[in-house]
Design a protein around this ligand. Sequence first.
Ligand SMILES: Nc1ncnc2c1ncn2[C@@H]1O[C@H](COP(=O)(O)OS(=O)(=O)O)[C@@H](OP(=O)(O)O)[C@H]1O
Ligand SMILES: Nc1ncnc2c1ncn2[C@@H]1O[C@H](COP(=O)(O)OP(=O)(O)O)[C@@H](O)[C@H]1O
Length: 380
Amino acid sequence: MVKVKAIWFFGLSASGKSTVSKKLFEDFTKNNIKCALLDADEIRNGLNKDLGFSIEGRQENIRRIAELCKLLISNNIIPIVSAITPLHIHRDLAIQIIGKDNLVFIYTKCPLIICQARDPKGLYKKAKAGEIKNFTGISDVFEEPNETIQFVETQSKAIEETFRDVQAILKKEFTKSNSNYSIAPYIKHQCLFVHIPKSGGISINRSLFCNLGTGHTPIWQFQKQLGEQAFNNFFKFTFVRNPWDRLVSAFLFLKKGGLNEADKLWSENNLKDYHDFESFVKNWVNEKNIFSYVHFIPQHYFLCVNGSKPLVDFIGKYENIEIDFKYVADKLNIKAPLQKLNVNETKNHYSNYYNEETISIVKDVYKRDIELFDYSFDYS
Ligand SMILES: Nc1ncnc2c1ncn2[C@@H]1O[C@H](COP(=O)(O)OS(=O)(=O)O)[C@@H](OP(=O)(O)O)[C@H]1O
Ligand SMILES: Nc1ncnc2c1ncn2[C@@H]1O[C@H](COP(=O)(O)OP(=O)(O)O)[C@@H](O)[C@H]1O
């Protein structure tokens, strides 16, 4: 699963904290990512009912929310906090309790004058009339965070746009924790997962092993690394995908810059002339080029050695990922829902990207995968 960190939105009242945190909660939940929404408004109506808005009251409010985050993190649940957190000392306190590496702060940046104009709960109006004391921005201080804090701008953007900015920040944070490649969980579970690019492998690795495994390691490398005995005894599995669909996924993924700097660089150097999938397939896809970048390498290459049959015990299908994932999870005795990560939200059904000519090019170039894994082009 995704490395569990608290995601903490802070900023003025009406700056958009609750709006984006709710959207994030819905998005995570839809993707089976375990999370909990900690909205300070709700917490102040229950758990922190006894606290006011004095300096001490605000400090204690943050302390309890931060402790709650710590508890949730230790239970593998991502806390999504929405709290004004007005002072530097409050943010420092949260860092102190939760730990810098376990916390992502996102400042919902919006000028006070706009927040006052929005005033969705009428609070600014009441504060200005003196009906609410110590109201942040009116009768209490909000300290602007320094430039190192990540922020999303909510003043002149649509909610959807701000939410995309949030996702971009989280993707970066998520990629940071992507550095936790390790074979250790495979050894622990006596298994090997061959992650063929663009077959849902990030979701599978994260869901089962909480990391990214060993990346796109072909089976012959595992064979060398582990020695014959372990290699033979381990449960070896993989997931394959319809080659026509996989190629669309790889192209769109790299066109968007991929997951890391290497992907971005490769894409800039090799894909910049291809503005659409059709021109890419017609002009670039051939038997030589597909071996020049990992996401295009044929799937059998990851599984077979010197023309052998696939050296795995189980071949799951991307098209049947939920059921095949459950089979693997049961086999390994791991109880975890399948997450849905690294998704290209804008991609349509792959058949929309093809014509007869490009169908035929892919059919020739990925012939062996098509035969071996029994795929055909789905016109529906
Ligand atoms: N749970 C689940 N169900 C269905 N589909 C899923 C799931 N998890 C990931 N995906 C899709 O898998 C594609 C990404 O595969 P990888 O994670 O192997 O990509 S990578 O090679 O490591 O970049 C990518 O496909 P496209 O969106 O078509 O590009 C993801 O959307
Ligand atoms: N880009 C945006 N991001 C978030 N909220 C926005 C944005 N643009 C307008 N809004 C509006 O601003 C208001 C923010 O209110 P809310 O999310 O309750 O703020 P907070 O939780 O920070 O007090 C909502 O009415 C929301 O519809």
